[in-house]
Design a binder for this molecule. Structure first.
Ligand SMILES: [Zn+2]
Length: 235
């Protein structure tokens, strides 16, 4: 018997918003439930509609994209990139999770330097950096396979984001999945292309956000251990 389990309640943002699931997936969930998946044909339809609209966007910008050999397939390329990579996390549910008994382990579980690639909801500029995640399992609680933490970062990073809410979304998912945990800590350090490439155009400025709960918030030693572990990772 598989002990993989679907975890509900990890999508905490209104469906349709850039940092939530897509309207198309939300509509399917009404009839098929929270594990509903879009078919390849349904994704293809979204790509075709988005490509058509992006072509019109380029035309409005005065780009004769149809006759430019470097741009003629760009609307399709951009649409595909959004569905398959940049906003991938909006078009599929989080996969089922296997949580294992902690077998008496009640210490910190830390994974640092998880690459994070996202896109700011405000300007659609690249957000790039590292996420550091920790939780404290209880002796009778659950631990997850380590790569699940990477997958959580991908699921929520690969959509529109503001770094503050992205931190909360990742924290909430880890908290839900690591049942019986005594605390969860998430820290993100990232650079934002909307700061470096447009507007003020400042290169090298980075943003740090953190959400701590349980022992990480209430016990100085746990908090210090988490921040000690985050050292040594460079963006
Ligand atoms: Zn921005």
């Amino acid at each position: 018997m598989s002990n993989k389990k679907f975890i509900s309640g990890i999508e905490i943002v209104q469906a349709g918003f850039a940092n939530g699931i897509s309207t198309q997936l939300a509509e399917k969930q009404i009839t098929e439930g929270p594990e509903a998946k879009l078919t390849e044909a349904e994704k293809e339809e979204i790509i075709n509609n988005a490509a058509k609209a992006y072509g019109e966007f380029l035309t409005a910008l005065g780009c004769d994209w149809k006759n430019d050999p470097n741009s003629s397939d760009t609307p399709k390329r951009v649409a595909k990139a959004y569905i398959h990579d940049l906003w991938k996390g909006r078009y599929e549910p989080m996969s089922r999770v296997t949580a294992f008994p902690s077998d008496g382990y009640s210490g910190i579980v830390f994974e640092g330097g998880i690459p994070i690639t996202s896109m700011c909801s405000h300007h659609h500029g690249l957000i790039q950096g590292k996420a550091h995640i920790a939780y404290i399992s209880s002796e009778n609680g659950k631990v997850v396979g380590l790569s699940k933490l990477n997958r959580i970062v991908e699921h929520f990073g690969r959509r529109g984001a503001i770094q503050e809410q992205l931190t909360v979304a990742i924290h909430n998912a880890v908290d839900k999945i690591c049942e019986g945990n005594l605390g969860v800590a998430v820290m993100i350090e990232a650079t934002h292309a909307c700061v470096s490439c447009r507007g003020v155009k400042h290169q090298g400025a980075s943003m740090k956000t953190a959400k701590l709960t349980g022992s990480f918030l209430n016990e100085d030693s746990a908090r210090a251990e988490f921040y000690q572990f985050t050292k040594g990772y460079n963006n």
